[in-house]
Design a protein around this ligand. Structure first.
Ligand SMILES: [Zn+2]
Ligand SMILES: [Zn+2]
Length: 340
């Protein structure tokens, strides 16, 4: 048996590092030797046991690495090619896939969730889900392509255009990347976040902080007025809490679009009369479209239009994954990257 080192989530809050067989690529797949892997909010969610999975599970889906073995039937790929992994793999045959809604495929495979993920030395994926990275792109930018693609997709769905004003609630990795892309494209960007260091990170790039204090009603009133006065056309809810979702729905200006990226599991509320009378549209934004969003993001990075690596706050070795997940769960880090 040829072994590799891999991490396993054994049960909530417990990671172990063990030897396990190296995966072999099936027809149409490539094997990737992983180099760097970002820790995502959803990894923290899994780590904390908020979602039922089959334990033990290797989590992680923001993988950057090198093609190490090429499976049968794969054409045009080379050993040693640097690639980033697109982690959501639709079936291509269900009614949703057939009508162009692959993002909500009922048989969707997700690396690091429904099958083994990236916090390991090797991983196999269908070749089309390993995107080639041009040499001009740094590793730090490349390892953030997956969350950047999610942010890119959300802006595309927002029905806004360059020059418009937008607002972003919550500056986790996705909120920061939505704001970064929008700023680089020439939008006016208002941001709301309680963590000052994250506000600084994007204020330095030109974002305008609106971080009210006071009761929820007072904060909502300030957001509402600021957004209305500045003709905000879209509000991106990236915090994923009931309170921020409620505030977004209550404060979204007349005629605007609300883009829901945050994954709050609890009920939130809106007033139908306001939504209807003021012509507000609520748009859900889940993951991204294969393969165009990854490709477009890679091009934007190669052209230096965007530099998403600014979100990387720390690198840790695979052996420290347990500690890294614990740190990241405190919410102070914008992106912890695990080096394999
Ligand atoms: Zn992610
Ligand atoms: Zn499907």
């Amino acid at each position: 048996m040829v072994a590799m080192r891999a991490s396993f989530l054994e049960k909530p809050n417990q990671i172990s590092i063990k030897n396990t067989p190296k995966p072999e690529p099936k027809t149409g797949e490539v094997r990737i030797k992983l180099h760097q892997v970002g820790i995502c909010g959803s990894d923290i969610h899994l780590f904390q046991g908020h979602r039922a999975v089959a334990y033990p599970l290797t989590i992680g889906h923001e993988g950057l690495g090198f093609i190490d073995t090429i499976g049968e039937g794969v054409e045009g790929r080379t050993i040693g090619e640097r690639v980033v992994i697109e982690p959501n793999i639709p079936c291509g045959n269900c009614r949703y896939c057939l009508r162009g809604q692959a993002k909500i495929c009922i048989h969707k495979r997700t690396i690091g969730l429904t099958e083994a993920g990236c916090f390991a030395e090797y991983l196999t994926v269908p070749a089309a889900f390993a995107h080639t990275i041009p040499p001009s792109v740094t590793d730090a930018d490349a390892v953030t392509i997956e969350p950047m693609s999610v942010a890119y997709h959300a802006i595309n769905l927002s029905k806004t255009k360059v020059g418009d004003a937008i607002a972003v609630i919550g500056l986790g990795a996705i909120g920061l990347l939505v704001a970064h892309l929008a700023l680089r494209l020439g939008y006016k960007v208002f941001v709301t976040e309680i963590n000052e260091s994250k506000v600084k990170l994007i204020e330095n790039q030109g974002a305008i902080p609106v971080c009210p204090v006071g009761t929820i009603e007072e904060q909502t009133a300030i957001l509402s007025q600021t957004w209305f006065d500045n003709d905000v056309r879209a509000v991106f809810e990236c915090a994923g809490t009931t309170i921020t979702t409620n505030m977004t729905a209550a404060a979204a200006p007349r005629g605007s679009n609300i883009i829901l990226l945050g994954l709050s599991e609890k009920p939130a509320q809106f007033i139908p009369l306001k939504i209807v009378r003021e012509g507000i549209t609520i748009i859900p934004s889940l993951i991204c479209d294969h393969p165009v969003d990854f490709r477009n993001v890679i091009q934007l990075i190669a052209a230096k239009v965007i530099e998403p690596s600014f979100i990387v706050s720390q690198y840790i070795p695979l052996d420290d994954l347990q500690k890294g997940l614990e740190w990241a769960s405190k919410g102070h880090e914008s992106k912890v990257v695990v080096t394999i």
